[in-house]
Design a protein around this ligand. Structure first.
Ligand SMILES: C[S@@+](CC[C@H](N)C(=O)[O-])C[C@H]1O[C@@H](n2cnc3c(N)ncnc32)[C@H](O)[C@@H]1O
Length: 276
């Protein structure tokens, strides 16, 4: 597949997305929700239509980003992780994963993976590693686990624990692409003592009518369709792993920092699990 061909969800193919600003894309919608500037009219229109139906979506994006920071701080400072494989990195923004981890442990190595050409265009911000550590950017589709694992092995030592982080990406993968099988393959490739962190939009946090209206508002306007999942479906990604306290909860409820309080209620589940 060339880089100009689309990887259609569910068709079993995998490859970089085409650069197409006429349709909204989740990396750029997320950037818009976080107040970034790397988005186009189609992204803003799709996000605004969804926000009208689900105003908590903006808080959900911010709460998800804050979960990423707390999970990475936990993994680095408390679990002693020094290697991360971050799939579905998104457009760089304040507090990129390697900056958070290397502020605690400068020797941390981070491999970033995304299939969006806009993320690739900004990848330099992700390669700004500390001198003691290292970062790498791989342009690849999550469905192409063989390529991801092969290329990640040039920076990461797969005989030592690795944290695989997949934050706000799996809802872009329909069941037809077997996302649970993909996560299991990735976790099968890392040794015991490794971790998995996931956040995922929650189908059981909005009523069915709103959920359907959001789907209708997206019809034909997005490069990927969202497949929201409920708490049980998200929990299945952690099969065989031990969930770190407090388990699978709304992202803002996962180890909130003392003295902070939540300004809203998100629609995203989040958890961190350890491979025994
Ligand atoms: C909403 S952003 C999340 C960014 C970051 N992980 C966070 O939580 O703050 C999701 C990212 O996943 C990427 N993505 C979606 N499907 C993907 C796939 N099949 N392969 C690789 N990246 C994918 C998108 O391009 C986008 O940059």
């Amino acid at each position: 597949m060339t880089t100009n061909e689309a990887a259609a969800p569910g068709d079993g193919t995998a490859g970089p997305l085409p650069f197409d600003t006429s349709k909204a894309h989740q990396a750029r919608i997320y950037d818009y929700l976080l107040g970034g500037k790397d988005n186009y009219a189609a992204d803003r229109a799709a996000a605004d239509a969804m926000l009208e139906l689900w105003p908590d979506m903006a808080f959900t994006a911010r709460a998800n980003r804050a979960f990423l920071a707390r999970a990475v701080r936990y993994l680095t400072a408390e679990a002693g992780i020094r290697q991360f494989l971050d799939i579905g990195t998104g457009i760089p923004t304040a507090g990129n994963l390697h900056e958070i981890a290397q502020a605690i442990a400068p020797e941390t190595r981070v491999v970033y993976v995304d299939y969006d050409p806009v993320v690739l265009a900004h990848a330099r911000a992700l390669l700004d590693s500390s001198e003691e550590g290292a970062t790498e950017y791989i342009e690849a589709d999550l469905r192409d686990t063989a390529t991801i694992l092969d290329r990640a092995a040039s920076l990461l030592d797969f005989s030592k624990p690795i944290a695989v982080t997949m934050l706000a990406i799996l809802h872009a993968m329909p069941d037809a692409d077997d996302p649970h099988g993909i996560v299991a393959r990735l976790m099968g490739a890392v040794p015991s003592g490794s971790y998995l962190a996931i956040s995922h939009v929650a189908s059981d946090r909005v009523d069915q009518e709103t959920h359907q209206s959001i789907r209708d508002s997206q019809d034909g306007k997005l490069q990927q369709q969202y497949q929201w999942r409920n708490r049980d479906e998200v929990g299945r990604f952690f099969a065989g792993l031990d969930l770190v306290e407090p388990g699978l909860v709304l992202v803002e409820e996962w180890r909130p920092e003392p003295g902070t309080f939540s300004e809203g209620m998100s629609g995203a589940w989040g958890a961190v699990g350890r491979k025994g």
